[in-house]
Design a protein around this ligand. Structure first.
Ligand code: ZN
Length: 401
């Protein structure tokens, strides 16, 4: 099957824009890109005229929780909900995410290992959804943050075992909890969790298996423990200090900001159903978090897009709100889009497949009406989505019909 998209603005996911471009798609991949004279469109090719539209790589969210539904009290839901129902809801959230233009997500902590079945069902075409890069259970200490979606482990030996359990089930990334968090009562975001020895042993095991390592850390000490132990990304990176920033820059460690997670919790008027401790923690940290983001952006720390979708009022399908927040804090529209495409693919170690519009890459694309370089918020507008394509096939939007 051949398809040509003509006369489109194309954002390549690496910071370049092309006007009036023709994109030729053959089967599942991008066959050619250029202007009308450069790209020969063979006879019999389906043609789409896309004047006024923008084609960009399918968006990538590096931090979601498909087992959480954005409820006010997600811990309570997990406690009371049957795991089978959680999985069914997760399938629905996956579909909503895809329909909003995200063709890849990284799930950084599910309540059990059924996320790997969902990943498989989507991969095999039984269910619509984004490509899922999944961690399984997050590795945390006994009593640690995120234990409701975690595997508690103490001491280097047990931590290594916990990592191996996730690998055995099919984890493509290992998530560690290196500080307290907002949603887990009794944990302080500022205090480190897991010892440096535990993090080092666990991360070395993950790296030996060729997997990426993501570390949740709000406080600076937790961040530094995780960076020194070999994390590829720091999730949240809320209370970054000079030393943590320098280490991230030197070692090329990604910040995955998840601005939406703190903002949606902090913005909820009490009583909104979110436990008060969580709201107060979020409100206390928000300004520091925004300052850390600006600092990372200014100083050249790599930034990859992530929302923490599923946390309270941070709904699946509204992932693109994070782009608005990034731009509001000083990123250009193009930089925000690169963070959600090319850079995100690099962090997830899938840049050879997706994340940019280049010849030979898989045709995972998002086609929107209008120019997001002028107005980033149009990426949040479902009515603007003309087509979502996965591996050369339209899966959502008017172009799919
Ligand atoms: Zn998270």
């Amino acid at each position: 099957m051949k398809l040509a998209i003509r006369d489109a603005r194309v954002l390549d996911g690496r910071g370049q824009a092309r006007e009036q471009a023709t994109l030729l798609i053959q089967d599942d991949h991008i066959e050619a890109i250029g202007d009308d004279r450069q790209v020969k469109v063979p006879r019999g090719t389906r043609e789409i005229h896309a004047r006024g539209m923008t084609v960009l790589p399918g968006l990538i969210d590096c931090h979601v929780h498909l087992c959480l539904g954005g409820d006010a009290d997600v811990l309570r839901t997990i406690r009371e909900e049957d795991p089978a129902l959680t999985l069914l809801k997760a399938a629905r959230f996956a579909r909503t995410t895809l329909e909003s233009g995200f063709t890849t997500v990284r799930d950084l902590g599910f309540r059990d290992h059924s996320i790997f079945s969902l990943r498989q069902a989507i991969q095999d075409g039984f269910l619509p959804g984004p490509r899922i890069v999944a961690a399984g259970l997050a590795v945390c200490m006994t009593g640690g943050h995120a234990r409701f979606i975690g595997r508690e482990a103490d001491g280097p030996v047990e931590v290594v075992a916990a990592v191996r359990e996730q690998l055995a089930r099919g984890a493509e990334v290992i998530k560690f909890i290196a500080s307290g968090g907002v949603l887990t009562p009794g944990t302080s975001p500022d205090s480190p969790q897991m010892t440096p020895e535990e993090l080092e042993a666990g991360m070395a095991e993950a790296r030996r298996a060729g997997r990426r390592v993501a570390a949740h850390a709000h406080g600076a000490e937790g961040m530094k423990n995780a960076i020194r132990a070999g994390a590829h990304s720091i999730e949240h990176a809320t209370l970054m200090d000079d030393e943590a920033a320098a280490l991230m820059r030197e070692q090329g460690v990604f910040m995955v900001p998840t601005l939406s997670a703190l903002a949606t919790t902090a913005d909820c008027g009490l009583p909104c159903g979110i436990p008060e401790t969580a709201v107060l923690k979020a409100r206390t940290m928000r300004a520091r978090h925004e300052a850390s983001f600006k600092r990372a952006h200014r100083s050249g720390i790599p930034i990859a897009f992530g929302t923490d979708a599923g946390t309270p009022f941070n709904h699946h399908g509204e992932n693109a709100q994070e782009l608005d927040r990034m731009v509001a804090l000083g990123m250009s529209q193009m930089e925000a889009i690169v963070a959600a495409t090319g850079s995100a693919a690099r962090l997830l170690d899938i840049e050879h497949l997706v994340g940019t519009i280049e010849v030979g890459k898989q045709a995972d694309l998002l086609i929107v009406d209008g120019n997001p370089l002028k107005k980033i918020s149009l990426l949040r507008d479902r009515d603007r989505i003309m087509g979502v394509m996965q591996a050369g096939r339209f899966v959502s939007g008017p172009m799919a019909h």
